[in-house]
Design a protein around this ligand. Structure first.
Ligand SMILES: C[S@@+](CC[C@H](N)C(=O)[O-])C[C@H]1O[C@@H](n2cnc3c(N)ncnc32)[C@H](O)[C@@H]1O
Length: 496
């Protein structure tokens, strides 16, 4: 290979000298110098990307400086194409790969979307196939065809033949073909959002690769560094993600009571009422007024998978129902509560549209435990002491605080009440380490030992902030304890 590049360079130097003298069109040179000549002919590692413009007798003259010598590149189209065909065996190895097909480097740092700036051209390998052979060719070679967004890889030629554009990365396959070179024109429409963000955003910024979808809403969590680019990012996502109609950025301000975020519209319509699906259930919601996090989808499924159809679920911080509704669909008896009137409204709506039966409450979590949960549990224990009882408490910033509500919950019944299965608590908490949350749980429930607790890390929420699940069976001694101090009666409105 080294040998052929050397001989190629010798031939090229002569021919290129002739070619450069033929060229008089400055804008053509500017447009095509890199994509036609530099990218295709000159081996990349040998040539620096520096382009020197010189004025010679008032005529433009373009030079590429290589490590060892100055190479004058081919810049005349009429000269270039025959030459390309002549050197095609060498070119096969020097050719661009799919990774090289990107938006032009001039878009780096763009803050206001100018779609025209994405226009560019690349030479891609192609083969001419007669009409009679096309069907068979496609059957056998489909996987080698060029796959670029919104590019048709089969072009009708005037003589009835077809030109098939090929994937330039398939080097071995290309070796055996009689290749043509097609000047592929690409525009904004031909790049996906990841290509575009990579091309636009300065290299030191975090990649914008992830967003959450809630129905038609795309939800981003951009940091300060990207703030100059945020509207452009929103517009690109709106253009590129087919179902997106609204793109929002989560503000740092969190609504302290009901755990939903303030949001800023980056692009699209201001409509937050949306519909989403999770594990076969439908949820309608107003994303600007209630809590919803698609990243908890696995957690919702995991908890519900632990329930049997005869079990009972008390969901203290139910939101719009992602534990409660699938549990009820499974056959469980469910009591679901949320303090946010909007969550409660959408919870009721979702119970209905999923055709489930759930008792819903709009209470503070402590009141729910003291009233609805307590009286329902008493009835269950009276009639069936074998039923499994689960309590879901997903308000990670504060739920552990609510655990003391179980201390002495049944102290007024201690002698007479028939007692069945003890409730299994699934409580979520934030902490840096596992020890943080385990210690907080133990401190709330006298008599509970570390060995009684199971812990699982749900997800890393931020640097130094993890979400944990702590699961344990309540002790009878805790529920019936009588020598305890009443938890403060003052209602707490909660942040997460
Ligand atoms: C983190 S969200 C979880 C919602 C739902 N379980 C889920 O997984 O999507 C916590 C919920 O608790 C509700 N909440 C906050 N403080 C509350 C309180 N004191 N009593 C009852 N619900 C509360 C919020 O409105 C919110 O819907």
């Amino acid at each position: 290979m080294t040998k052929s590049i050397c001989s190629f360079n010798r031939i090229k130097l002569q021919d290129l000298n002739t070619a450069i003298n033929k060229t008089r069109n400055l804008s053509y040179l500017k447009e095509n110098l890199k994509s036609l000549a530099f990218r295709s002919i000159v081996p990349k590692p040998r040539v620096s990307e520096e382009i020197i413009t010189q004025k010679k007798r008032n005529k433009p003259n373009f030079l590429l400086r290589s490590d060892s010598h100055i190479v004058q590149p081919i810049t005349d189209k009429n000269f270039l194409f025959p030459l390309l065909n002549r050197f095609q065996n060498i070119l096969k190895d020097l050719y661009i790969t799919m990774e090289d097909i990107k938006p032009p480097s001039r878009v780096k740092g763009m803050k206001i979307l100018q779609k025209g700036e994405f226009d560019t051209t690349y030479l891609v390998p192609a083969v001419k196939i007669e009409n009679e052979r096309i069907k068979k060719f496609l059957q056998e070679n489909k996987k080698y065809m060029l796959k670029q967004r919104a590019v048709k890889p089969i072009i009708d030629l005037e003589n009835g033949e077809k030109l098939i554009l090929l994937n330039p990365s398939s080097k071995e396959y290309l070796q055996d073909l009689q290749l043509e070179y097609h000047n592929l024109e690409l525009h904004y429409e031909n790049f996906n959002h990841l290509d575009i963000f990579q091309a636009i955003l300065p290299d030191h910024l975090d990649r914008v690769s992830s967003y959450s979808s809630i129905g038609h809403i795309l939800h981003l969590n951009l940091n300060e560094d990207t703030s100059e680019y945020k509207h452009l990012i929103g517009q690109v996502l709106l253009d590129k993600i087919p179902y997106a109609k609204t793109v929002v950025n989560k503000q740092n301000v969190i609504n302290n009571t009901y755990r939903f975020f303030e949001m800023e519209i980056l692009a699209g319509e201001e409509n937050f009422i949306t519909k989403t699906k999770e594990h076969g259930c439908i949820y309608e919601l107003d994303f600007s007024k209630v809590y919803w996090n698609p990243r908890l989808s696995t957690e919702h499924q995991r908890l519900v998978s632990e329930l049997s159809p005869t079990d009972i679920l008390y969901d203290v911080f139910a939101g719009i129902g992602p534990f409660a509704i699938p549990a009820a669909k499974k056959g469980c008896t469910v009591l679901a509560n949320d303090l946010n009137p909007e969550s409660y409204r959408w919870l009721e709506n979702n119970v209905k549209i999923n055709k489930t039966k759930i008792s819903t409450y709009n209470l503070d979590g402590r009141d729910f435990i003291k009233t609805a949960l307590k009286s329902h549990l008493i009835d269950i224990w009276k009639t069936n002491n074998k039923t499994n009882i689960h309590v879901a408490m997903n308000l990670p910033a504060l739920a552990i605080e609510f655990l003391d509500e179980f201390v002495g919950l049944f102290s007024d019944y201690s002698t007479t009440l028939p007692v069945g299965e003890m409730p299994v608590i699934h409580v979520y908490g934030f902490g840096i380490t596992e020890q943080d949350v385990l210690t907080s749980v133990i401190s709330k429930l006298p008599g509970l030992q570390l060995d009684d607790l199971q812990l699982r890390t749900v997800r890393n929420v931020a640097p130094n902030k993890n979400m944990f699940l702590i699961k344990f069976k309540l002790l009878k001694s805790i529920l019936f304890r009588s020598d305890f101090e009443e938890p403060p009666t003052k209602k707490k409105l909660c942040s997460n």
